[in-house]
Write a protein that binds this ligand. Structure first.
Ligand SMILES: Nc1ncnc2c1ncn2[C@@H]1O[C@H](COP(=O)(O)OP(=O)(O)O)[C@@H](O)[C@H]1O
Ligand SMILES: [Mg+2]
Length: 255
């Protein structure tokens, strides 16, 4: 099976600071890959490379087996890469359905040019269906997003990426600010997205959450890959050690 995405020796430096050092990483179609690492490990830099925000200083990116460049966020998006940052790209004072179609209104206008009413009812029903398809139950898509919980906001961003046929969905700390119950829901939507064939890169600090939904893990340590492993090949304790020390072993504290 061809990897959906492959990074080969990707390095990114800002002046004399090396944020990524010869990173090798793969994402398989439809899998959930956990991208783990302590603060400053290079996770955000890596996703900005994938989002077309930063260009690598060295190394190659292969998309569907073909060498590619992601020159701008627009290019990355047109390849099918969706990134949900912590601020989600969602506007609280707009309704759910407006947010769902944010940035895509022109496409809809082209399809239904003269029928304002038809257009809005079309967008409402598409948004409702897309949410339902992922198991998200929100009755009223006319509610403003400001009225929703953090988990529901995440769910809209995930449903949007699935509906608009992203191949790769990157989520940056989606459960960071959520309650336990909300977290469980968001994790279930992550699984649902992958069951619809969308590959997910899940960035998280929380090893238990990662363990619950990921198929594999890539752990970054000081900008380099400490290890990539299948979930079956590692324990939660070893993952914690990899994140903290770069190896599976817990370093002894010197006395
Ligand atoms: N635009 C930038 N300019 C200079 N240094 C940066 C920039 N972005 C990130 N860094 C540095 O790269 C390293 C990795 O940061 P980052 O990718 O944000 O890590 P993480 O998301 O894992 O916390 C840090 O040392 C950070 O200070
Ligand atoms: Mg970060």
């Amino acid at each position: 099976m061809t990897n959906l995405l492959e990074l080969k020796d990707v390095t990114k430096s800002f002046g004399r600071v090396y944020s990524l050092r010869k990173v090798n990483m793969t994402v398989r179609p439809g899998e959930v890959l956990g991208l783990l690492g302590d603060n400053g490990a290079g996770k955000s830099t890596l996703i900005k490379v994938l989002a077309g925000v930063h260009q690598p200083s060295a190394g190659d990116i292969l998309w569907d087996g073909v060498k590619t460049t992601l020159d701008t966020p627009r290019v990355a998006m047109s390849r099918g890469i969706s990134v949900v940052y912590q601020d989600l790209g969602i506007i609280p004072l707009l309704s759910i359905w407006r947010n769902f179609f944010l940035g895509r209104e022109e496409e809809v206008s082209r399809k239904l040019p003269f029928h304002w009413l038809l257009r809005t009812s079309h967008m409402r029903s598409v948004a409702r269906q897309a949410l339902t398809k992922l198991g998200i139950h929100i009755d009223d898509v006319d509610l403003t997003v400001a009225k929703l919980s953090g988990g529901e906001r995440q769910s809209i961003a995930i449903a949007r990426a699935v509906h608009f046929q992203s191949k790769l969905l990157i989520l940056d700390e989606p459960t960071a600010a959520l309650s336990l119950k909300e977290t469980a829901k968001v994790l279930s939507y992550v699984r649902a997205a992958s069951e619809q064939g969308v590959a997910v890169v899940l960035i998280t600090h929380n090893i238990a959450h990662a363990f619950e939904v990921c198929d594999r893990f890539t752990v970054l340590f000081h900008g380099a890959v400490a290890e990539t492993t299948e979930k079956e090949g590692v324990t939660e304790q070893e993952l914690a050690n990899l994140i903290n020390t770069g190896t599976r072993m817990q370093h002894r504290i010197a006395v």
